[in-house]
Design a protein around this ligand. Structure first.
Ligand SMILES: Nc1ncnc2c1ncn2[C@@H]1O[C@H](COP(=O)(O)OP(=O)(O)OP(=O)(O)O)[C@@H](O)[C@H]1O
Length: 323
C-alpha cells in the first residue's frame, strides 16, 4: 500500500516466521495493519492463515528472529489489556449455560466490557439469548462466537472464517454488524475462503501462498495484478478447426472456450487480442471485455505462484526458487 498513515500501526508482523517440524507454515511475514482498516486474509488451504492469526493472538510464538506487535506491545499484553476481540474456528463453547449467561461472562471478563444486552443486540442474537448454548445450530453458534468477540471495547477484531455455516440472511446481518464495528474506528482482520465477502467488505486484501505474502492491496488492485481479462463474443457461424486454431493463436490468449458459436477467452493483453481478432475476417457480435472477479484473480495469482515454484525458470524474477 502506498498511502501514509499518521497513527502507529495496530498490527505489525516483523519478519515473522513459523516452522512446524519440516513445514514452513509462515515465511518471514512483513506487514503492518492500520487503525480503521478492514483487512481480508486469503490463501489456499495450508497457506498459513490460521498460523498468522495464532501468532497475532499470542497463541503461538514466532520463530526466533521474528516479532509480532499489537499497538506497540506483545500480543499477550494487548490481549490482557482488552484491546483484541477474537472469533476463532476452534474451541467449543460452554454447552450447559444459556446464551445470555455466556455473553455476560465475556462482558464481565473484558477489561472494557459492554452491557450484555447491547452486545446481544449488536451481534443480532437477542432472540437467542434464552437458548441453551448446547442446542444451537452451527450458524447460530458462529453468531454467538461473534458476540463474544465484540463483548468489550476492543480496538482490533480478529475473525477466522467467521461466516462458515451461516445462511445467506445470517451472513448479511453478520457483515452489517461487522461494518458497524469497523465504522467505530476498529481494525478488523478476517480470514475467509468466501472471496465475494472479501471483495464486498474488505478495504485491503492480503493473499498468502505457502506462508508468504503473495499480494497486498485493495480488491481492485489484486484483480489488476492478475493482469488477465475476459473477452466474450459470438461469431456468425460455429468455428471450424482452422478458425479455432487461429483464435487460440491470437496474442495474449491464455484460455479459450467454445460453446457453439459463442467464444469466451481469457487474455493477458485484451487490447491486442481484440485488435488481432478483426484481422481474422470474422465479425464478433456482442463483444464484451471484462476484468476478473476477485475469485478468478485469486486463482490466477496462486496458480501462477505455484507454477513458478515448480518451474523457477519461468518465474519472471520472483524469488520462488528460494522455496
Ligand atoms: N500444529 C501444527 N503442526 C504441524 N503442522 C502444522 C500445524 N499447524 C499447521 N500446520 C501446517 O502449517 C501449514 C499452514 O497451516 P495453516 O493452518 O496456518 O493454514 P491455513 O491457511 O489456515 O489453512 P486452511 O485454509 O486449510 O485453514 C500447513 O501446511 C499445515 O499443515
Amino acid at each position: 500500500m502506498t498511502s501514509t498513515h499518521a497513527t502507529a500501526p495496530a498490527v505489525e508482523f516483523l519478519s515473522a516466521g513459523k516452522t512446524y517440524g519440516s513445514v514452513r507454515a509462515l515465511d518471514g511475514l512483513e506487514v503492518a495493519l492500520h487503525p480503521g482498516e478492514t483487512v481480508a486474509l486469503l490463501g489456499p488451504n495450508g497457506a498459513g492463515k490460521s498460523t498468522t492469526l495464532d501468532l497475532l493472538l499470542g497463541l503461538r510464538a514466532p520463530d526466533p528472529g521474528g516479532r509480532v506487535r499489537l499497538f506497540g506491545k506483545t500480543p499477550r499484553q494487548a490481549v490482557t489489556d482488552g484491546r483484541v476481540g477474537a472469533m476463532l474456528q476452534s474451541g467449543g463453547l460452554m454447552d450447559g449455560v444459556r446464551v445470555r449467561e455466556l455473553v455476560a461472562l465475556a462482558c464481565d471478563l473484558h477489561p472494557r466490557g459492554h452491557p450484555v444486552e447491547r452486545v446481544l443486540l449488536d451481534a443480532g442474537i437477542t432472540e437467542l439469548a434464552d437458548r441453551m448454548v448446547g442446542k444451537l445450530s452451527g450458524g447460530q453458534e458462529q453468531r454467538v462466537r461473534f458476540a463474544l468477540a465484540i463483548a468489550g471495547d476492543s480496538d482490533l477484531i480478529v475473525l477466522d472464517e467467521p461466516t462458515t455455516g451461516m445462511d445467506v440472511t445470517a451472513r448479511r446481518s453478520f457483515w452489517s454488524a461487522m461494518r458497524d464495528q469497523a465504522a467505530g474506528g476498529r481494525t478488523v482482520l478476517f480470514a475467509t475462503h468466501y472471496l465475494e465477502e472479501a471483495d464486498e467488505v474488505a478495504d485491503r486484501v492480503l493473499v498468502l501462498h505457502r506462508g508468504r505474502l503473495l499480494a497486498d492491496g485493495s480488491a481492485a488492485e489484486i484483480k489488476a495484478m492478475a493482469g488477465v481479462r475476459r473477452v466474450g463474443f459470438t461469431l456468425e457461424m460455429v468455428p471450424d478447426g482452422v478458425l479455432e486454431a487461429q483464435l487460440r493463436a491470437l496474442p495474449g490468449v491464455a484460455e479459450l472456450q467454445l460453446a457453439g458459436a459463442a467464444v469466451r477467452l481469457r487474455s493477458t493483453d485484451a487490447d491486442a487480442t481484440v485488435h488481432a481478432l478483426y484481422t481474422l475476417g470474422v465479425y464478433p457480435h456482442g463483444l464484451e471485455v471484462t476484468g476478473l472477479g476477485l475469485e478468478e484473480a485469486f486463482v490466477t495469482l496462486t496458480s501462477r505462484a505455484e507454477a513458478a515454484r515448480v518451474s523457477p525458470s519461468q518465474n519472471h524474477g520472483r524469488k520462488a526458487a528460494a522455496q
